[in-house]
Ligand binder design. Sequence first.
Ligand code: KG4
Ligand code: ZN
Length: 317
Amino acid sequence: MKILAIESSCDEFSISIIKDGTILTNIISSQIEQHVNFGGVVPELAARLHLENISWVIKSALESSNTKIEEIDHVAYTEKPGLIGSLIIGKLVAETIASYIDKPLMPLHHIEGHIYGASIENEFVYPVLAMVVSGGHTQIEIVNSPNEFEVIGATLDDAIGECYDKVARVMGLGYPGGPKIDKLAQKGNKEAFIFPISKNDDSYDFSYSGLKTAVINIIHNLTQKGEEIPVADIAASFQYAATKIVEKKLEKAIIQFKPKTLTVAGGVSANSEIRNIIMSLGKKYNITNTFVPKMEYCTDNAAMIAKLAYEKLKSSN
Ligand code: KG4
Ligand code: ZN
């Protein structure tokens, strides 16, 4: 059984083909270079650039997997959430292919896809506790099957990656700022500044706008006084506050839900501290299936959508 999957929800246009659970190809056209000058993703530009990439991405996905379009049995695509212009393009491409070969369409959820990106190289044992940390989302989910996702907590305002990017912009580090802050944090003192650990309560929800404002205020105050900005110390103290809350909420969820798999997904899972937190919590609570997927499957990609489609079909047979 071959499934062709399309992911186009933000600034990546990607096509993957999966055969009986094995990813044959995962072609990703990334636009990061084109958005850098604007300090973030420009929705209209993202949709226009997708249009330029459709043909070569389809062609190279088929060629690199040695697949003829008629051999595809199902066409999966990201239906939501995401940038509307970008999503529509993915849907149109999916509908066109599916109607041409007269095969069923599978509209899928982007975040559920992110979670299944973690199951490409490691089989899930249920229940799964998944932390989704990206530029657009901060979410904890309990997954009982490829059809049962329970969102137990989400951000009430900014997503964690968005917070990293906005703080980095004020620090003059450029876009995307997450990796730059992470790198600087290694050289700084995390106790130099005390930033708020927001939503430090019994809920599983997150809030990052207060932390963002606190860091930006410190930078503005220092600038007004003409003082040098201790960028490494600010980065380290910010990273501590931003990730400590993830650790606290995850630990509480582990105790309550007793997962058999612990994992993380989304671009911020590249963060050194987030990775340490996941691995050390897995060790502390003896969760043998604890893993951090490789970056290709953490950031937006169609392989994660393909794997979700495959697992859904397998579970319905
Ligand atoms: O999942 P993703 O590629 O795109 C979205 O769907 O949002 O995530 C991108 C986000 C950006 O905010 C970027 O700054 C952040 O992931 N990021 C990091 C790191 N690497 C990427 N944030 C913190 N530390 C990192 N090492
Ligand atoms: Zn994403």
